[in-house]
Design a protein around this ligand. Sequence first.
Ligand SMILES: NC(=O)c1ccc[n+]([C@@H]2O[C@H](COP(=O)([O-])OP(=O)(O)OC[C@H]3O[C@@H](n4cnc5c(N)ncnc54)[C@H](OP(=O)(O)O)[C@@H]3O)[C@@H](O)[C@H]2O)c1
Length: 378
Amino acid sequence: MAAAAMPHRLHFLAGAGPAFSRFSKPHLRPSSARMSLREDGPSLAVVGVTGAVGQEFLSVLSDRSFPYRSIKLLASKRSAGKHLTFEDKDYVVEELTPDSFRGVEVALFSAGGSISKQFGPIAVDCGSVVVDNSSAFRMDEGVPLVIPEVNPEAMAHIKLGSGKGALIANPNCSTIICLMAATPLHRRAKVLRMVVSTYQAASGAGAAAMEELEQQTREVLEGKEPTCKIFKQQYAFNLFSHNAPIMSNGYNEEEMKLVKETRKIWNEINVKVTATCIRVPVMRAHAESVNLQFEKPLDEETAKDILSNAPGVVVIDDRAANHFPTPLEVSNKDDVAVGRIRRDVSQDGNYGLDIFVCGDQIRKGAALNAVQIAEMLL
Ligand SMILES: NC(=O)c1ccc[n+]([C@@H]2O[C@H](COP(=O)([O-])OP(=O)(O)OC[C@H]3O[C@@H](n4cnc5c(N)ncnc54)[C@H](OP(=O)(O)O)[C@@H]3O)[C@@H](O)[C@H]2O)c1
């Protein structure tokens, strides 16, 4: 992404959606920036700092007053030399090289799978604990795949300060959003089968995709031919099957991530999961329709109660006002919102539920989840 496009991109990343006062659970930290530069904090590196997730890393670190002794901002050669302000200090973006990780204790990666594959092991050899946002290591045996509210125990053996490097993988954004809502119900009634249909935002494909959606929207409204660089087809005023590569079984890779990652995170090899992933012309935050089949009965009211008390989840389920979660309402928010909580009439008794989930996938689906993982190392 060209450095010249940055101010425009940052405008998008910061400005999506109206304020929403319902998101005020006590477990969330205050959103005002506090200086967290202190000697007893770990040395950090943010890889891919100029991207959609990288920028969000900085804002989440600051929002949560994550302590750090030093921070290195890393990106490609294209961005090297660019100045970024973080917590009132000026930093120069450095080019990512094999030498970047000397003395780095925690490295937050969001520069794509090939960069993670190349530089993740180098960082680990330097003694860094890498929290990786790409899919490069998610299914590797021995690499914990962690949602802190769901399976913190998976990374219990990884300690900071031991001098030993390690890899921890952040799950796919759609998986995180889905499992934030489905796990509390799974714990009560055991999910046997889950059918997920996603409505995924442009931001999931990075900053350049957000810019393309904005540009196309303007072009279509002006009666011009839309520019298609990131996606092969018109995105504005349209929707299409997720752009991830199609596999030999007919699923795309995004869909199979939901299938495989759920099994690994829940440690339930037999849970049946199927998914259909769709890109919709929404700027930021994913929505998902989730149908659940349980082993034990679970009624609507109990499910609502469980979800209302689940950490990182907020229930928006006002049938009278026909008000349920929307991507705009969850944009820039930490919590995942759940609504449309209803008995699945296609299943006998209380053995099935339908829910609708929305979550900011740059935040809880990526940067926030990774920073929460890093917090568990402190
Ligand atoms: N967007 C999401 O919602 C989301 C959610 C979960 C996971 N992820 C994952 O997070 C990663 C980044 O996604 P994104 O949406 O933030 O993408 P993005 O906006 O396109 O940003 C990509 C970042 O990677 C950097 N980069 C590219 N090539 C590089 C190189 N050779 N060396 C060093 N840095 C390089 C870019 O730096 P330059 O600016 O210098 O090019 C930029 O900082 C991907 O693996 C993605 O799958 C994204």
